[in-house]
Design a binder for this molecule. Structure first.
Ligand SMILES: [Fe+2]
Length: 400
């Protein structure tokens, strides 16, 4: 077994293995038998309608730091791109500048969304060979990009919808992001007393796929990338009555990279997944879960900057059955209730979580904040508990 070596991004963020076990459920595994070894996340690339303003939003509202930039001033006449970091998590925000930029077509089709979930791998060529043999579509063959900071080796494979996974080996590179980018720090100044950062790592990225295709994509990640199933499974037993979705989770060997995959389920009302598929124009990344070690402080800081979170009914906290399910957590339930933070518990421990409203104009991409305490789940219990709480309220109003 290897002891899950830290990535450069984690080292730079001063995270250690114990912290990561707590934050994102990092586990040890034997990479030598992995057909497609993945070290961890490299970056989440967003295509948006206005990268300049979106980059400001992630700095002011999400507390991220600008670290690199590419645009017309650096010789990139096609688009602007801002690279932002928080802990070991890296976002790249791109927006088209040239009227014929392909990014503008992407934005026309999908609105603001995630175009690329880039993964750090130790051997790009080996991964692409495995992916091709397993039937994946290779969008970009392995190639080098070089500048004065060294060489990065890259390739891309197609995932669900227009989403791709760029595979990145940056072991011979010391630049701020990729060749073509220059280091850039922010003119934005945090408010006095603002926390150094609001989240430390990316925990999971959820993909919404078409009705009946969840298992196909679960098998894609298993077959092509050697991912394994995680325990959490939301079946139509819950879905039909409450959540209107089916969900399975796959993860890479060390569990840094976790992909829950949802498909819509037939329900009393239109499924939230159907709504996403309609407004995103097909499958895509639905939400990104950001790991924090202090969700109360993170929620308070984000709310102070105007980030909107989904409301949780008071009945969720007051119901004796739910109180028993929540059990003992590190803060009084009243503190969670004040902020609408949800609790889920399983045999390994518990987690605290909350979801933002969609961050763009379309009802598509949103964020989750997650604080794990032993639990390796994704909040399955909250699907049922939340919908039951809502139904109890409905019943009280005589509308059920
Ligand atoms: Fe989630």
């Amino acid at each position: 077994m290897t002891s899950a070596p830290l990535t450069d991004q984690e080292r730079q963020a001063q995270l250690d293995a114990d912290t990561l076990r707590q934050l994102v459920g990092l586990v040890e595994y034997d990479a030598s038998r992995d057909p497609f070894p993945v070290t961890g996340w490299d970056a989440v690339v967003f295509v948006v309608g206005n990268a300049t303003q979106t980059a400001h939003f992630y700095q002011s509202a999400f507390g991220m730091e600008l670290v690199a930039y590419s645009g017309p001033e650096t010789g990139n006449r096609d688009h602007k791109a801002y690279v932002l970091k928080s802990g070991s998590c890296r976002f790249v925000i791109k927006g088209g500048v040239a009227p014929d930029s392909p990014l503008l077509d992407h934005h026309r089709a999908h609105g603001d969304g995630v175009s690329d979930i880039a993964l750090e791998v130790p051997d790009v060529d080996r991964c692409v060979a495995q992916a091709r043999a397993a039937g994946a579509t290779v969008l970009e063959e392995p190639h080098d990009l070089t500048d004065s900071f060294g060489t990065v080796r890259l390739a891309s494979i197609a995932a669900y919808g227009d989403t791709r996974h760029t595979l990145v080996d940056r072991s011979a590179y010391i630049g701020p992001y990729l060749p073509g980018y220059v280091a850039r720090s922010s003119a934005y100044r945090k408010r006095d007393g603002a926390p150094k950062r609001l989240f430390q790592a990316l925990d999971h990225v959820v993909g919404n796929v078409e009705l009946g295709r969840m298992d196909e994509w679960v098998n894609f990640y298993r077959r092509v990338m050697g991912f394994v199933n995680m325990a959490e499974f939301i079946g139509d037993d819950i879905a039909t009555d409450y959540s209107a979705l089916m969900s399975k989770v796959v993860a890479n060997g060390n569990h840094r990279v976790k992909f829950p995959l949802n498909e819509p389920a037939v329900a009393r009302k239109k499924s939230q997944i159907d709504e996403f598929l309609e407004f995103y124009g097909g499958p895509g990344a639905q939400h990104l879960a950001l790991a924090t070690n202090d969700i109360l402080r993170t929620v308070d800081a984000m709310r102070a900057e105007g980030v909107e979170f989904l409301a949780t009914p008071d009945s969720y906290y007051q119901d004796p059955a739910l109180r028993a399910r929540i059990g003992e957590v590190r803060v009084p339930v009243e503190e969670l209730q004040k902020r609408g933070i949800l609790v889920d518990r399983d045999e390994d421990g518990y987690l605290l979580q909350i979801f933002t409203a969609p961050i763009g104009d379309r009802p598509t991409v949103f964020f989750e904040l997650i604080e794990r305490h032993g639990s390796l789940g994704f909040g399955k219990g909250n699907f049922k508990a939340l919908f039951e709480a809502i139904e109890r309220e409905q019943e009280r109003r005589g509308n059920l």
